[in-house]
Design a protein around this ligand. Structure first.
Ligand code: DGN
Length: 259
């Protein structure tokens, strides 16, 4: 059972890494849409169109048996459409992240951070409320976190100051749990944890693995890993090597996606 995973670029590699570690024999095909990153400031229509193109590419070319949307922005806007058009399970990161947060929060005060589009969609707010209507939820868009991660500035002074600028007020609300609602953000986890050690940090890339375990997997696969990108990217190569090591990256044309 091959699994297809896609993201607007680098961020989803945090999800790829967790899935690869938990399912060493399952074939994994990753598509990072580096030519069109970021998705986080695009319109809903555009995010849905790009997501349909990425998922369809993996489904039609690699016969994947499940799709993981390793991007909160795409999960927030395109999950329903992908479930309508594809005859295979499609798993987004929002539901698993929300479920984990509800499990670990003791005081029922949960913070959510993500791209502007994810926060604007209210996807976490609605999913969390559907799990427990008594939760207090505080949301904050942190658009500068994505370029910081892409630059590899994940634990220097600039990273620390930017984290404090975005999160100090959010943490003052008394939240005991923080959902990293963007797949880039796990790379800032140590910096966030260092500044706010009392917080439970929910990383949906870890939560999604639990979801996948509920799908019947054919473990006779070979453990093949393939990574595709739609444009060459120095940042992608650097982070790929750091997160998942020496897996070869193949560039595909955007016209291959759109056909
Ligand atoms: N990694 C993407 C997410 O989880 O929303 C955001 C990256 C982007 O497109 N800005």
């Amino acid at each position: 059972m091959p699994i297809g995973i896609f993201d607007s670029g680098i961020g989803g590699l945090t999800v790829f890494k967790e899935i690869a570690a938990s399912f060493p024999k399952v074939d994994l095909y990753y598509l990072g849409d580096t030519a069109r990153v970021p998705y986080g400031n695009k319109s809903k229509t555009t995010i849905i169109r790009y997501s349909v193109e990425c998922a369809s590419y993996l489904y039609h070319n690699y016969n994947v048996d499940a799709i993981v949307i390793a991007c909160n922005t795409a999960s927030s806007y395109a999950l329903d459409t992908l479930r309508e058009i594809l005859p295979i399970p499609v798993i987004g990161v929002v539901q698993p992240g929300a479920e984990s947060a509800v499990k670990v929060s003791k005081n029922k005060k949960i913070g959510v951070i993500g791209t502007s589009a994810t926060i604007k969609s209210n996807s976490y707010f609605e999913t969390l409320k559907s799990l427990d209507k008594d939760l207090e939820i505080y949301q904050k868009a942190c658009p500068l976190f994505v370029p910081l991660v892409e630059e590899g500035w994940i634990d220097n002074e600039v990273a620390k100051l930017t984290v404090k600028e975005y999160l100090d007020d959010l943490v003052k609300t008394g939240i005991d749990t923080l959902i990293l609602g963007c797949t880039h953000y796990p790379l800032l986890k140590n910096t966030i944890k260092g500044l706010y050690p009392h917080l439970n940090i929910v990383d949906s890339s870890v939560a999604i693995v639990e979801h996948l375990k509920n799908i019947k997997l054919n473990i006779e696969e070979t453990g093949k890993r393939k990574i595709f990108i739609t444009d060459e990217s120095h940042a992608f190569d650097k982070l790929k090597n750091m997160l998942v090591g020496d897996i070869k990256t193949e560039k595909i044309e955007l016209s291959d996606l759109c056909s």
